[in-house]
Design a protein around this ligand. Sequence first.
Ligand SMILES: Cc1ncc(COP(=O)(O)O)c(C=O)c1O
Length: 399
Amino acid sequence: MKTSAALDRISPSPTLAITTKVQELKRAGIDVIGLGAGEPDFDTPDFVKDAAIEAIRRGQTKYTNVDGTPELKDAIVAKFKRDNSLDYSPAQISVNVGGKHTLFNALVATVEAGDEVIVPAPYWVSYPDVVQFAGGTPVVVAAGPEQGYKLTPAMLEAAITPRTKWLILNSPSNPTGAAYTAAELKALGEVLERHPHVWIFADDMYEHIVYDDFRFTTIAEVCPALYERTLTVNGCSKAYAMTGWRIGFAGGAPWLIKAMAKLQSQSTSNPCSIAQAAATAALNGDQSFLAERNAAFKTRRDLVVAMLNDTPGITCPTPEGAFYVYPEVSGLIGKTTPGGKRIDTDSDFVGYLLEDARVAAVQGVAFGLSPAMRISYATSENILREACTRIQQACAALK
Ligand SMILES: Cc1ncc(COP(=O)(O)O)c(C=O)c1O
């Protein structure tokens, strides 16, 4: 038997591949520092774990509604109101098995052969692959460091065609940490208002991880005219350090939410009942730990940005949010390693870092904008200092 054409259109996640490689090296006793993973090093808060244990004891261990328990949908309705001033009814809420599943459901439920989906680059690795799996065509629009890694209204206007079905907007961004201000979203919104056939997939997964008094806003909030055709996407994975629990969710048009539930009813059925109880507690609970964790993330961001900018050949913009930096490495292309290998691409550079410096980052080409790399700083300051020192030494050794 041969694999399907839909499967053959996608590749395994390159970020998960790096994480697996680091685990293998560590098991082989090699001292490697992994800066590839896209998850917080913090633990799930105790009050969230307690709610899950309580749910097990109470017997919330059976099937639930396909796309979320009434309690979790109510908590999500309240979250959208509290954090985003968005009014959704429970019928406008979909709960899925992680944010990646939300993306999968939304695109597979709506995209047809020939449809285009605008994906600004650098992008989260799953966007183009899920578009392709669904049969659509990703229209990648490169937004480099010179424009703060953000799409401009002119670039958006130029990318829209009669076949455009969705625009994917991710703020703060994985992999760059760049986040759109309300004014920037408004300017993009003015373009979108002129093209009523384009829907907006607003991926706000890193909403709560922002620094330096940056005020997070989402496009349906800033541009009420786009509310009807925006799917506002969020989840528990990053802010609540719940990557393993697998809860993502979205608010949007009732017909779309229903379509996503139909697909989910024939694939995963409901997300884990216990994880849903935990997510309900996370969203309804005291949110003050978020600020404490952000303070730690900010110290780490500042450390990494400063040490990388002290490295000849690397230029590292200061991101507004998330827990990634996306330094540009064009100054290192064309150099030669001590072992005599030429660095022609960011993959060559990241391979050299792993082999010689024992630091794992992810090559920019995986995110659609080169030459660069993604570094996750969701680890301790000591480890980050050691990793950046190794990177500095590896770069100094290049000829
Ligand atoms: C931008 C973005 N959106 C969505 C997700 C999905 O998160 P999960 O499926 O773990 O909930 C991720 C995870 O890396 C992400 O970086």
